[in-house]
Design a protein around this ligand. Sequence first.
Ligand code: ZN
Length: 316
Amino acid sequence: MAWRNLDNTSVDNRHLAIDNITRKGGAAISIIFTVDDNRLTEKVHDVSLGLQETRPLGMSLADFLSFGNEMEENHAVYSRMIRIATEYDSLKESSYYLRLKEFVDLCIEDPTLYSLDTVMFFFHLRGASIPEHHLEYRFDPDHRAEDLVTSQESMSSFACAIRGFSLSNKNNIVITTVYTCDGLDDLCMASLYHLARMGLRLKRCNNCGQYFVALRRADAIYCDRQSPFRKNKTCKEDGPSRAFEKKAKINTAAKLHRNLYAAKLMLTRRNPDIPHYKESFEQWKLQSKSWKADLIAGRKSEEDYLQWLIADKSRR
Ligand SMILES: [Zn+2]
């Protein structure tokens, strides 16, 4: 067995050659999905559409699941595939997409549900299987595995290769998993399967609400996208300060609400003969209740609520 140092170019050429190969069902292999476990990256290569993109692992699936009504403005790689290949026209409404999202949401809501077993059962329910895949090895020319073995005359090159590999530092070898996918469904399955195999979780960002993969830290709560609230910051940078500001606003509002409540109560008690005070207090209590319901439902912001209380205070 000969040792080969595969560089990127030769790998890509090999992939391009797959363009003309068809699988059992006769469908063309259209997407090559390559995962690098060490670097935590993925490469999505749609051969027929000529699209190729390398991103953090799981990011393309996370973007795909984050599609909202602004799907057309989404520049993520899956989105571009959908736009180019008309077969995915109504994908957003397809039971396939909705079930995938439902499954991921279930696992986010109840993290104990998420495991490779559950993902495989989900595949079973969808009649899906793990897309065809194989491993590729790229060796650093300066750390050739067979150099680690003191070659003896009796040792075959095959034995030398196996022994060398077992002794080598795996950090010096780029090992990638290459999935060959028939379409976007397959690509999603490959991505979901690989994430589950590595024990990596899909989550929703506490700042922007979009899906992301907790790659470096399992307890991550913010994604690395640009924050929708501060353009020069990522969610990871912006999230904690926004959460702090939000908490501070809630505290200020709660304090102000308590003071206003006490003042209004005192006014009604001291003036039992003026019914207007009591009526306006009752009305204010109802308004407060409605504000709180709006805050919980996300219809109004903490800042809006605070401004309402400040305006109320200044009227007194
Ligand atoms: Zn985010």
